[in-house]
Each structure stands twice: as structure tokens, then as C-alpha cells.
Design a protein around this ligand. Structure first.
Ligand code: HEM
Length: 492
């Protein structure tokens, strides 16, 4: 379709519209007639303008950019995006808050989504991460509950801190993520001033088929900046779009934000001897054991022309992976492999891969097998063979892209993570001790603010969890909540 710089209005099927303002009526004061086709078409389209919002991360901002390789990591991966220093790949990023709906204020205390789509010649690679290196839990069966507690209460339709904290404090493994969220980093001062993380353990394999486990890090070159609760409240009272405005204006003004990409690498041998489960999403790998290895950097340099077309309709999925990169046994990652495509087939339709922002535009010979379906808007591969096997050599497998085999053993069973690992408190304790006294103080106050309206039992449970991470953490939270720690059962 041509973009319309023509001043003359047409209907959707091209016929000229003769009157844009006056509805066709039977007589000057009579009723409207069905044959005012422009009116009917316009209303019917308007009635369908809203599509379902993302179930999580509904409020967000996006921008296009360029990824550049600065260091050679071909010893770890054969992915062509990393094939040579200086290589550039077009990309799209979307940043978001998690709990709020599409109209939520940007400066809320919340995790931020950090979703990247790289248009590589071997297919789109989506790295759908957050601004935190860990997550609230480590089994995807809990994910729907997380959604329910951070969204609205089924009866009051209001946010319910009691349910939220009841859930979090019942999961001791959540303390790490909760500590980050309640710390200064819980409200970044816009999307440009935060780091990003792939969070999960992924894998890479090289041209010889040797696999390593990998975590991805993106470090902001604008510097970390955060807001206090008071600053955020002041901003929200005058501007609900503060992060969108900051990102959009920076790019319009040519101040292109940049992030450097790093990886941490763990060999298969190291993984066998790693103290914790290397696939546990509630834990980080310490940098002194697994140093950050520089890879490249990306800059965001182009704002979308149309928000709905390019940001609302963007579909990121952890299943979008390319040769040289792969998944890991992380249960949470495995759970996500089902959810994203599934929700996008509902939210955008089965052919959402054809929407330009999602289309694998850098692939020279795109030849998918799937046909038909609602809103198929290309030529549907015309007369090209639509079955396999066939006599024409069409739809051949490409065995050179088989991934190295992953040896696994073990019984099929609902294995309980808690029988494997109850080391919930070491890492939140270490994080607490990295904070300055002022930062610890703000952590206490932010937590007390966020727990407003929560009952005593849940508050005491949180004090106990924090105490187990570090007695000073428990004491600080107890004081901020005005609870005498001597009255808290710190053992159970
Ligand atoms: C969005 C599910 C864990 C980051 C979403 C959406 C769903 C979802 C259904 C909406 C997608 C859409 O409509 O396009 C899940 C499930 C999880 C999980 C089932 C765990 C079992 C995570 C984790 C991270 C993450 C661990 C980060 C490390 C994101 C981001 C988005 C998102 C950044 C927004 C993507 C965008 O900008 O379009 N998630 N999620 N999610 N999720 Fe998750």
C-alpha cells in the first residue's frame, strides 16, 4: 500500500469518499441509512482497533538500532552474527514494565523488560531479557500465579499488596529478585540508564560442535541512574510516559543510547562441579569465577514511524534462536519456549511472523513450510510445493545445522527443586552487603512503602527471610515495618 500523501480521502477499497462529515440521512432531519458505506466501514474498523495487550510487559517503548561486533568469540559460537569484528546487524529493542497495563505510568517500581531482536542472515535471534540477572522463582508452573498477584485483585480490581507479598515471601528463592526490586535499581531513571541481562543460562556451540553454557549481559553506556520513591511519585504526577519520552527524545536528538554486550562462559566440565545448579534462574554466576567477556555493542538510532505497527505488534520469542546458539535445561527457559509463540498466535494471529517488524528480513532464501491461516498477506508461496517428501527436492532438511547432541539421563518425574537446593539466602545476603549504608537504608524504606496494607504474618515472614540472608537485613526491615524483631520467629 502506498503511504497516503494524497489529500483526497478514499475508502479502504479505493473508491473516493464524497462527504467526510455529513452522514447520509433520509431527509435533512431523518434517520441514517445503511448505504452510507464510508460511515459503516469507519465505525466497524474503529470498533476493532484494540488488540489484546501483552499478558505481561504490556507497557513499553521500542527503537531500531545496530549491533556491532567488537571482539572475537568464534571459539565459542559459530553464529554468523559474531563471525567477524566490525560486523553489523540491524536490530530492534523493546523496553517495558512488567505488571502495569498498556496505559500504566513508566516510573513505577517494577522489573523492566529488555527484549532484543537481531535480524541475522541465519534468522531472527530474540533475546528476551530483563534489567535484572535473576527471577522470582525457578519453576514455570508458578508463572501464572506471579501474573495474578502483580495484576489486579479478582474482586476489587485493584492492586493487592497482600497477595503480592504473600506469594513472594512464601518463596524463599524470590528474595534475591525482591531485594533487587526494592533496592535503588527498582526504579530506573528511564530505559537508557539500566543494564540488561539474558538472565537464563543459554548455550553456544562452535564450528567443531563444542558446547559451553553462557549468560548474556548488556551494560549501559549512559551510566546507571535510578529514582527514589519520592522522585518517581513526583514524575508520575506530571508525566506517565517519562521513560518513553526520554528514549524517544534522545534518539530524535541524535543522542543514540548504547549498551556493550558481554558474555559469561561456563564449560560443561565446570557446570558439573558448580556449587549451585547452573540452570537456576534465581542465582547469578559470580564475575570473579566467570568473568565478563566483551563481545560487541549496540546503539539505538531510529525511532519507529508508527507505534502500533512496529512496537505494539512486535513479537519477541525465546524460541527465535539461530545456529551457534541454543537453550539450556533451565526449567523456566523451557517453560517460556511454549508461552511466547502461543500467546502471539492469540494476540496477533498465526501469521504474525509476516508483520514487518517481526519478519526475518535478513534471510536471503526464506522458505517456510506453513501456509494459509488468517491474515496471510504475502503470496502464500504461490504454486511452490506444499508437501514433503516430493520428487522436486523441495523442503530439504539442512543437516549441517544440527545442534551438538546433549547427553541427558534421569527419570521422568516432578523433581522438586527444593530437594536439590535450599541455598536461598547466600546471594541476596551478598547483594545486601554490596550496598552502602545509605542504599541499605533506602532498601528498608522502599520495602516498607511497598508493604503498605500487608498483614503482620506476611511482614514477619519477610523479616525472617531477610534475617536469614543477613541479620542486619532482617533487623533493618523490622525497624522500617515497626515490628520488634524479638517477637519474630526467625527459625521457621
Ligand atoms: C513478555 C510469559 C519469564 C521477559 C511475556 C509475555 C508472556 C510471557 C506471555 C507476553 C508476550 C507477548 O504477548 O508478546 C512468560 C513466562 C515466563 C516468563 C511463561 C516463565 C515461565 C520471563 C523471564 C524474562 C521475561 C524470566 C526475562 C528474563 C519478558 C519480556 C517480555 C515478556 C522482556 C516483553 C517482550 C516484549 O517487549 O514484547 N512473557 N515470561 N519473561 N517477558 Fe516473559
Amino acid at each position: 500500500m502506498t503511504e497516503n500523501n494524497n489529500q483526497h480521502l478514499t475508502g479502504l477499497f479505493g473508491a473516493p469518499v464524497s462527504d467526510r462529515e455529513n452522514t447520509m440521512t433520509a431527509g435533512p432531519r431523518g434517520p441514517v441509512v445503511m448505504q452510507d458505506i464510508f460511515f459503516i466501514e469507519q465505525m466497524a474498523h474503529f470498533d476493532r482497533e484494540v488488540i489484546p495487550e501483552r499478558r505481561m510487559h504490556a507497557k513499553g517503548s521500542g527503537a531500531f538500532g545496530t549491533f556491532t561486533v567488537t571482539h572475537d568469540i568464534t571459539r565459542y559460537t559459530s553464529a554468523k552474527i559474531f563471525s567477524e569484528i566490525g560486523k553489523q546487524t540491524e536490530m530492534f529493542a523493546r523496553f517495558s514494565t512488567v505488571a502495569g497495563e498498556r496505559g500504566a505510568a513508566d516510573a513505577e517500581r517494577d522489573i523492566r523488560g529488555f527484549a532484543l531482536k537481531f535480524y541475522t542472515e541465519e534468522g531472527n535471534w530474540d533475546l528476551v531479557g530483563n534489567n535484572t540477572p535473576v527471577f522470582f522463582f525457578r519453576d514455570p508452573k508458578l508463572f501464572a500465579s506471579l501474573n495474578h498477584v502483580v495484576k489486579r485483585d479478582p474482586k476489587t480490581n485493584m492492586h493487592n499488596p497482600q497477595s503480592n507479598w504473600d506469594f513472594w515471601t512464601s518463596l524463599p528463592e524470590a528474595l534475591h529478585q525482591v531485594t533487587i526490586l526494592m533496592s535503588d535499581r527498582g526504579i530506573p531513571n528511564g530505559f537508557r540508564h539500566m543494564h540488561g541481562f539474558g538472565s537464563h543460562t543459554y548455550s553456544m556451540y562452535n564450528a567443531q560442535g563444542q558446547r559451553v553454557w553462557v549468560k548474556f549481559h548488556f551494560r549501559t553506556q549512559q551510566g546507571i541512574e535510578n529514582l527514589t520513591d519520592e522522585e518517581a511519585n513526583r514524575i508520575i504526577s506530571t508525566d506517565r510516559e517519562s521513560s518513553q519520552r526520554d528514549l524517544f527524545n534522545a534518539i530524535e536528538q541524535g543522542q543514540f543510547p548504547k549498551w556493550k554486550m558481554f558474555i559469561q562462559v561456563m564449560t560443561e566440565e565446570q557446570a558439573k562441579n558448580h556449587k549451585d545448579n547452573p540452570f537456576d534462574l534465581t542465582k547469578v554466576w559470580f564475575k570473579d569465577e566467570y568473568p565478563l567477556i566483551p563481545v560487541g555493542e549496540f546503539e539505538l538510532n531510529r525511532n519507529p514511524e508508527n507505534y502500533f505497527a512496529e512496537v505494539e505488534q512486535a513479537a519477541f520469542a525465546p524460541t527465535n534462536i539461530i545456529p551457534g546458539l541454543d537453550f539450556s535445561p533451565d526449567k523456566m527457559l523451557q517453560g517460556r519456549l511454549f508461552s511466547y509463540g502461543d500467546t502471539q498466535r492469540y494476540r496477533l494471529g498465526v501469521n504474525h511472523w509476516q508483520i514487518p517488524v517481526n519478519y526475518p528480513k535478513a534471510v536471503a532464501n526464506l522458505c517456510p513450510f506453513s501456509r494459509d491461516g488468517q491474515m496471510r498477506v504475502d503470496g502464500n508461496l504461490g504454486a511452490h510445493t506444499n508437501y514433503y517428501p516430493n520428487s522436486y527436492g523441495h523442503h530439504q532438511s539442512q543437516p549441517q545445522f544440527k545442534k551438538p547432541a546433549l547427553p541427558l539421563n534421569g527419570s521422568v518425574y516432578e523433581h522438586d527443586f527444593r530437594e536439590d537446593d535450599t541455598n536461598y539466602y547466600e546471594q541476596p545476603g551478598k547483594l545486601f552487603n554490596l550496598l552502602t549504608t545509605e542504599e541499605q537504608h533506602r532498601l528498608f524504606i522502599n520495602t516498607a512503602n511497598a508493604m503498605h496494607g500487608v498483614n503482620d504474618e506476611v511482614k514477619r515472614r519477610h523479616i525472617r527471610n531477610c534475617y536469614k540472608a543477613d541479620p542486619a537485613y532482617g533487623q533493618g526491615i523490622a525497624t522500617a515495618l515497626n515490628i520488634d524483631i524479638a517477637t519474630v520467629d526467625l527459625e521457621n
